[in-house]
Structure formats: C-alpha cells, structure tokens
Write a protein that binds this ligand. Structure first.
Ligand SMILES: [Ca+2]
Ligand SMILES: [Ca+2]
Ligand SMILES: [Ca+2]
Ligand SMILES: [Ca+2]
Ligand SMILES: [Zn+2]
Length: 372
C-alpha cells in the first residue's frame, strides 16, 4: 500500500483484517483474502486489496474513495486547487464529496439550461476559468460557514451545493433560484463571468442561508435586509475589501464595483434611513436600501463617524458573529430595519454581554444610519 500511495500510513481508522472467500477476477477464480485499508492521513483512503490465499500475491486492488485535488486556472488567471472526483485516469469531474453532501459544478454550455452537464476534465488540470472559480469559490464559501459559524452548508444539514456556469450567451446575471446557483458569462463589457467574484458566489449562497433561516421576504425593507445579509457575508468571505463585485464588474474600468458597504453612495445607494428609496422598482429597492444596513455593518466592523455619530469598530469577526446570530435566531420573514437593530443588539448581548463594547457599537452604528 505504501508504495501505491507513495506515503506512510501511521494509523488505520478500522483495524485491517482479512476475509477469506472465492474471488473472481478477470475470469479466474481465487481463494483470496479481501482486506480493507481505511485511513485518513496523509490523505484519506479506503483501499480494497484482494490477496491470493495460496501465494500471497496481490490479485487486485483499488481505492474506493476517489476524491482528489485538482488544480486549475480561474477567470482572472490565478492558479488554485479544489476537490474533484477521479472517475478514471482520463476523466475527472467537478464533484467534491468532502464537504457536506457534496459540491457539484455543471456547465450549461451557453444554453439556457440548469444544471447542464457535470463539469469534467481529462487530465485534472482545469482550464475552464468560470467552472474552476464557481467550484473553488463554492468550496471557500462552504468552508467559511463551517469554520466561522459551524454551519454545514446552507441548510445546516450538508445540503449539496449545485452550481451552473456558462448559462446562456453573454448573460449578465448570477442568481440563486431556491435550488442552485447559476452564473452567466457576462457580456465582457459590463461583466466578466460572475463566478470569478468570490463575493458574488458568497452573496448568492448566502441567499440560500437566509432562505433556510430568517426567510426575509424579498421586497421592501425585509428584502433590503435579505440583500444586505448577502452583501455582509460576501464581505466577510471576500474579506480584502468592502466592495461587492469588484472582480467581475466593468472589466475595462479598474477600482469600481457593483456596491460598496463602506460608502454605498459611490454606487448611488443610500447610507442613511432618511434617504431610503420608497418607490416600487426592484421589489421596493432591495438592491438600493440594502446600502443603509450595509453601512451599519461597515461602521460596526471598521468604526468611523457618520452623520455626526462616532462608532467604535469591533472588527469583521465579531460583526459577522452578530449578524449570523441575528439572521439565524431573531430575524423573521417580515423583519424591517428597526427589527434588524433590535436583533443585532440582542445578538451582541447574548454573544458578548450587555455591557460590552460590541453592544455599544451596534447601537451607535444603527444611530449613525438613522434606524431606531
Ligand atoms: Ca485539462
Ligand atoms: Ca475582493
Ligand atoms: Ca469584494
Ligand atoms: Ca471594474
Ligand atoms: Zn442578491
């Protein structure tokens, strides 16, 4: 075995023992021992060996665990690795069996179909950037929720995460439809393939989390909170900036983004309740008024003075804990901005104590955006 996997196994999960029976292999029958070798380190394996009882020769052997690591190049030319399945020496599929009930990434091949065909590659060096990014970014988002919040996929029961790339032709959309995530390739002017944005992927998957928890109705203030939750966790997962969509929006214009949590006004969104949109477009401005709550989350994490109120920042991690607790414990389908404030205060109280800086900063952040 150690020659086979080119590594030393220190510990077996199950004590290997032989089972003697007649084994038929390539039209020959043998009196053989079947031995299962089950181990986690240096990488998980579950090998079956069939050993001739007379000669001690190995008749056959195979690994029943086929998940392995693939490498590939993303839309932006970056190299990354991710878990895939080895079907054969010349066929690898974009199927990760190591996280929850799996992460599978499909290819619509420019048709308007879902999910399309399971992504595959012949040599495990993956060059379809949109597919690579959708798969790797779904894994990163899964890992964030697992590591930061001990959440096992969007339903917390390991639900399979299914994504489709190359949806339609030059399609400027990315969306969660209640079943899976779908990414267009963008038209190359307004957008590049959407899965290139870790924050885009995190935003869409957070819609699935919200759907299975608070269930915030997608219109008016509850809808703006739904959108804001997706932006807040997108900024926790793609945590090198407070912008949304900077890696996919307007490929020819550097520095801009779809939205900003730091300053929603740069994308034309309000940063104070008094400036909220009250018209009917966009389900009552769900992608507009999200800016108000986004600004509160930004101030809570980073601190700053806004509309005359100074907020002491508590950092991204504590901010994420507060919003996650609020989303999964207090918010409900009809929650409005005021309910969001109360839910955040209550969450900070449970997590950090009534007299904590975190509670004080939540109150200040919501004061700063004009929400009581
Ligand atoms: Ca290849
Ligand atoms: Ca970023
Ligand atoms: Ca970002
Ligand atoms: Ca741009
Ligand atoms: Zn959204």
């Amino acid at each position: 075995l150690e020659d086979e996997i080119d590594a030393k196994v220190e510990k077996f999960e199950v004590k290997p023992k032989g089972k003697l029976y007649v084994y038929i292999h390539e039209d020959e029958s043998y009196l053989a021992y079947e031995v299962e070798l089950n181990f986690l380190d240096p990488q998980p394996g579950r090998w079956k060996y069939f050993i001739d009882a007379d000669s001690g020769d190995v008749i056959n052997k195979y690994n029943m665990l086929h998940e392995i690591t693939g490498t590939g190049t993303g839309v932006l030319g970056d190299t990354k690795s991710f878990e895939v399945t080895k079907v054969s020496n010349t066929n690898y599929t974009a199927k990760d069996t190591t996280r929850g009930k799996g992460i599978e990434t499909y290819n619509a091949r420019n048709r308007l179909i879902q999910p399309g065909t399971l992504g595959s590659d012949s040599d495990n060096n993956w060059t379809d950037g949109a597919l690579v990014d959708a798969h790797a970014h779904a894994q990163a988002t899964y890992d964030y929720y697992k590591n930061a919040h001990n959440r096992n996929s969007f339903d917390n029961k390991g639900a399979k995460i299914i994504s489709t790339v190359h949806y339609g032709r030059n399609d400027n959309r990315a969306f969660w439809n209640g079943v899976q995530i779908t990414y267009g390739d963008g038209d190359g002017r307004l957008f590049r393939p959407f899965s290139a944005g870790l924050d885009v992927v995190a935003h869409e998957l957070t819609h699935a989390v919200t759907e299975r928890t608070a269930g915030l109705i997608y219109e008016n203030e509850s809808g703006a909170l739904n959108e804001s939750m997706s932006d807040i966790f997108a900024a926790m997962i793609d945590n090198d900036d407070w912008l949304i969509g900077e890696d996919v929006y307007t490929p020819e214009t550097p520095g801009d983004a779809l939205r900003s949590l730091e300053d929603p006004t740069v994308a034309g969104d309000p940063d104070h309740y008094s400036n909220r949109y009250i018209g009917p477009a966009d389900e009552g401005g769900v992608h507009t008024n999200s800016g108000i709550n986004n600004k509160a989350a930004y101030l809570l994490a980073e601190g700053g003075t806004h509309s005359g109120v100074t907020v002491t920042g508590i950092g991204r991690n504590d901010t994420a804990k507060i919003y996650y607790y609020a989303l999964t414990n207090y918010l409900n389908p009809n929650s409005n901005f005021s309910a969001m404030r109360q839910a955040a205060i209550q969450s900070a109280t449970v997590l950090f104590g009534a007299n904590s800086q975190q509670v004080e900063s939540v109150k200040d952040a919501y004061d700063a955006i004009g929400v009581q």
